[in-house]
Design a protein around this ligand. Structure first.
Ligand SMILES: N[C@@H](CCC[C@H](N)C(=O)O)C(=O)O
Length: 261
């Protein structure tokens, strides 16, 4: 089999994109997806995303982590998929698509900045040493000092595999406040089982967690990741109810090629 692929990155969170509107990609082949994402034996990426047809929307997003397994929502991947849909000529400057967590709307400007409407949040668990919430994917948020010195892979894995999250696990975010409405974030992603340079659902969770815990008073928060800056804005309706949640930042085409398997 042959297939064209496109490589995209959103603040350093990188993805193999495949136009699967003809349904010819072997999406149940976990080993194939894992190998395509492998940085030594394949193209190299944090995840692989299929763009498929949907009867009631511009397209459908199917997301796989680098381990080859289909997973929950990917915010940076969703932003990159909007840029990919524009490159394919499916959309112009706005999109409506279906992902595993439901319908999403997005806009893309002439500089490739994508603003993605994320799912509403109505449950936030606050503990003494962490906050947990689901922004399309499950996120553990913990504040730290000297974030640059954290061994994110080791510390993240210890929490991800702890009894707290059981077999399903969670993504683990470490946060340090930089200004009243600006935070530095480093994320351990399940399914990649390592630190990624940025995580869209992760920074969304961090922004909301920082608002809920009173670290910021702002409804627009800047998140500095290892791969660049993202903005999250929202409307807070009650202590733990957030709507109109938007994740905004760059989504960039890197290269394209062809795979044979
Ligand atoms: N990088 C993503 C999150 C991808 C999903 C995550 N690894 C999981 O399985 O929960 C993002 O940008 O949101």
């Amino acid at each position: 089999m042959h297939h064209k692929f496109y490589k995209y990155q959103g603040t350093g969170n990188d993805f193999v994109m495949i136009d699967n509107r003809d349904n010819t990609f072997s999406k149940n082949d976990t080993k194939l997806i894992n190998t395509l994402c492998d940085r030594k034996f394949g193209i190299g990426a944090d995840g692989l995303i299929l763009l498929e047809n949907d009867e009631n929307a511009d397209f459908r997003m199917i997301y796989f982590n680098a381990d080859g397994n289909e997973s929950s929502m990917c915010g940076n991947g969703g932003r990159c998929l909007v840029a990919f849909a524009k490159q394919l000529g499916i959309i112009q400057n706005k999109a409506r698509f279906i992902a595993i967590d439901g319908e999403h709307e997005a806009t893309i400007d002439e500089n490739g900045i994508v603003s993605l409407h994320m799912k509403d949040v109505d449950e936030v668990t606050m503990k003494d040493d962490y906050t947990f919430l689901d922004t399309g994917s499950p996120h553990h948020v913990t504040t730290v000092e000297n974030i640059a010195d954290i061994d994110v892979k080791a510390a993240g894995a210890a929490i991800r595999y702890s009894d707290l999250y059981g077999k399903a696990g969670a993504n683990i975010n470490f946060v340090e406040q930089l200004e009243t409405d600006k935070f530095s974030v480093r994320t351990y992603e399940r399914g990649v089982e390592d630190e990624t340079l940025s995580c869209g659902t992760g920074v969304t969770a961090v922004a909301i967690a920082m608002k809920v815990t009173g670290k910021t008073q702002s409804n627009t928060v800047t998140l500095v990741t290892q791969g660049g800056e993202l903005k999250v804005s929202f409307i807070q309706n009650s202590d733990t109810n957030f709507t109109s949640v938007y994740l905004t930042g760059p989504a960039t085409f890197v290269f394209k090629g062809e795979i044979t398997w």
